[in-house]
Design a protein around this ligand. Sequence first.
Ligand SMILES: [Zn+2]
Length: 288
Amino acid sequence: MGPETVLAILNIVLAGMFGAVIGSFTNVCIYRIPEHRTVVKGHSMCMTCGHELGALDLVPIFSWLCLGGKCRYCKTPISSRYIKIESLTALMYILMAATHLSMFMDPTAVDPMTNIFPFIELCALFIMINIIIVEMMIMHDTGSSMYGLSVALLIDFAVQLFARIMNVVNNDASKELGSKITGWGIEFVVGAAIAFLAVVIAVLFSNKPKELKSYLHDSKGKALRTSDLFAIVLGGVIGIVPSAVASIVYLIARIAIGNGKKVKYLGNILAAGAAVGFFGYAAYLIIK
Ligand SMILES: [Zn+2]
């Protein structure tokens, strides 16, 4: 094995270890944020026996494997979610290192256009994916209807990630960065504007003028407000055409459901609309 190969393997292994640590932090966020606890300080402890965990209990992936998925102290099984999220994040970072090897191997030859920017792009996507995983698992744990929506968002980001990696692999990453960023910016703003318009129409149609105040201020209107905010952000994230599809679906459901009890299904309906728009448009582009 030549020194080049050793260096390449070393880089990939280090990236995987770094990813596992990020995954471990993701787990901390999932369990502490809903309890309004800080994620930067404090010791982790076993959720069953409350025993404070030592350094050996906190090595990402390996601790879970070595302990057979059980607490060292009280032997209560620990959720496999820990190791799943840690391995997933590690895998993502390994993928990133493997597709950017030349950048790690020969830093002097780094060309910002072909190397650094795709790298930063991928870093940003990884961070987004981890934030969505945190949000998704919190939604799952609290039984929120936004769970479906989070899953849709995650799929969206995973598809984007795959596209970017394929882009790097095909060495087609050097397309002018400026025009790319402008393109995304426009997609985001117009997509969000379409969803915003749908939300405004839905709010006006489903509320009498007197009820409008209740929508804006009451805790009763909170589920609707959250759902509407989600719709606007999602519209921006998925881009113009998918946003138009998702917004129409959302608008119809939002007016049909009004302020009734089925409000909790809005998240799932929006997720379904976004998925149809996103994948439908992607399929259209491929066929075209
Ligand atoms: Zn324990």
